[in-house]
Design a protein around this ligand. Structure first.
Ligand SMILES: C[S@@+](CC[C@H](N)C(=O)[O-])C[C@H]1O[C@@H](n2cnc3c(N)ncnc32)[C@H](O)[C@@H]1O
Ligand SMILES: [Zn+2]
Ligand SMILES: [Zn+2]
Ligand SMILES: [Zn+2]
Ligand SMILES: [Zn+2]
Ligand SMILES: [Zn+2]
Ligand SMILES: [Zn+2]
Ligand SMILES: [Zn+2]
Length: 462
């Protein structure tokens, strides 16, 4: 029988004492792909780039590469280094700033600030000039967002989302914000010259190396906690993460939404552990985090980080039709997952949020408290209603079907299973993570949202 190839790949976080091969983007991740009816196959692949055209690394888990192959790989890894080191890129930018605005040219195609005489090499590229001081202070506006690119998925917060985030952190007396994949938050912190809040940006996008010096920006891969500038960057990170008198650190993280929750949670756990060690915290304290992700990933995030809760705040973005509150009737599907007490995060009443005394947290305007469920149950921006037969609140689009004995969409076909069943054995009553046929491997697994996972269907090469 043909296997269901959608989302049938899991990442294995606990790799034991295996040797982990590296690609130009740091240590690779170990994946397992399930084919119904046949045994699973495990392989190492790039953690950041899913498109093989962008990173061609692939290795079966069982493969033992010869020294020759390892050497070729090392050559590939070193050839893929950036043209300029961080310091060189930043020195170039200092020279660029010294030019007068009408002589400043920025190549949007390459994301490069051009020095005198370099325009020649950028024929047919999109060149922006003049470049003002203000433009250089707001690189997230100047740089073309890499939003059509699955890897970078650069969806930028609206001004209201940035203001809300920073105000919340300031109100809670945080002084140091580590911004992982959140350049707009970092930029806003940098622009607040009178504020006591400081930021450190960790992002894969090398264009920021020009604007921000090595003590403000680390080129970083959030899927494997890899610092591209090695020791130098890691020292900057450690310095930032050590809390002392008067210093309170929080982390914000806005990953590409296709990203693997398990790998991201593992990264958070590593960062939190480092913060505990460097700041002398007890093992039971967690680094405060605001993780931006769609509401429908709630279950997966909570499985990985049980101390987090989802806030009702709808996070607006500038450049994503589906995440823009003014375009989508139900508002953006992106929420904030946090280990801060939801009671302490005040959501703006000007946008209709209200404080539910029973739940001790702020709820969205449409999210009405249900006395039977004893919670404010809405998740997707609509008002859920209670079904006494199902004994829970359900989406308003569903109605109770006495044949299926569950609430269903009106045009459903009675008896049709809701899912294609377990990817491993096909049973309908469980998912592959709970499959009894999965074996007793202690590895933690989770299904990454790859959309179509066909890109993982790599052909076995001899
Ligand atoms: C969804 S956008 C978030 C931007 C954020 N909303 C803002 O306005 O600041 C994802 C961000 O993560 C970065 N990114 C993508 N893949 C990454 C990776 N593997 N490691 C670190 N950063 C990555 C992108 O460059 C981008 O800045
Ligand atoms: Zn790679
Ligand atoms: Zn160019
Ligand atoms: Zn409530
Ligand atoms: Zn209810
Ligand atoms: Zn029902
Ligand atoms: Zn039915
Ligand atoms: Zn099963």
């Amino acid at each position: 029988m043909a296997a269901n190839t959608s989302a049938n790949v899991d990442v294995i976080i606990d790799t034991g004492d295996r040797e982990i091969p590296e690609c130009p983007h740091g240590p690779t991740l170990l994946f397992v792909r399930y084919e119904r009816g046949s045994s699973s196959s495990k392989f190492f692949a790039c953690s950041a780039f899913r498109d093989r055209k962008e990173c061609s690394f692939f290795q079966w888990e069982s493969e033992k590469p010869l020294e020759e192959k390892k050497k070729i790989r090392q050559d590939i890894n070193s050839k893929q280094q950036l043209k300029f080191s961080h310091q060189e890129a930043h020195n170039r930018f200092s020279k660029f700033k010294d030019l007068c605005s009408s002589n400043r040219q920025f190549c949007q195609t390459c994301g490069l600030f051009l020095l005198p005489g370099e325009l020649e090499g950028h024929k047919d590229h999109r060149i922006k000039s003049p470049i003002t001081e203000e433009m250089m202070e707001r690189p997230t506006r100047l740089f073309s967002p890499l939003d059509n690119n699955k890897t970078f998925a650069q969806y930028l917060f609206s001004a209201s989302a940035v203001d809300f985030t920073i105000r919340t952190l300031e109100d809670l007396s945080f002084t140091h914000i580590i911004c992982v994949g959140a350049p707009r938050i970092f930029e806003a912190i940098e622009l607040k010259k009178d504020s006591t809040v400081k930021g450190l940006l960790l992002d894969l996008d090398h264009r920021y190396q020009q604007i921000y010096p090595p003590d403000k920006f680390c080129r970083y891969n959030m899927f494997n906690h890899h610092f591209f500038d090695g020791h130098t960057s890691e020292e900057v990170f450690k310095q930032f993460m050590s809390e002392e008198e008067g210093k309170r650190i929080a982390m914000v993280m806005d990953p590409p939404f296709g990203g693997m929750v398990e790998a991201l949670a593992a990264t958070y756990n590593k960062i939190s552990q480092q913060w505990r060690t460097l700041s002398g915290k007890t093992n039971t304290t967690d680094l405060p985090i605001l993780w931006f992700f769609p509401y429908f990933m709630e279950k997966r995030i909570k499985e990985c980080l049980p101390n987090t809760q989802m806030l009702d705040y709808k996070v607006d973005y500038d450049n994503h039709m589906l995440f823009r509150g003014d375009v989508k009737k139900q508002g953006s599907p992106v929420r904030i997952f946090t280990n801060l007490s939801p009671e302490s995060v005040v959501l703006p009443s000007s946008e209709g949020y209200w404080f539910c005394k029973v739940c001790s947290r702020y709820s969205a305007k449409e999210n009405l408290h249900c006395d039977v469920c004893d919670c404010c149950p809405s998740k997707d921006g609509r008002t859920y209603k209670h079904c006494f037969k199902c004994d829970r609140c359900v989406k308003p689009s569903k109605q109770h079907c006495d044949t299926c004995k569950i609430c269903q969409l009106q045009d459903h076909r009675c008896g049709k299973p809701l899912s294609n069943g377990c990817h491993i054995c096909g049973a309908l009553d469980h998912k592959r993570r709970n499959c009894p046929k999965q074996g007793t491997n202690s590895a933690k697994r989770g299904a990454p949202e790859y959309g179509t996972s066909n890109k993982w269907k790599r052909k076995r090469t001899k």
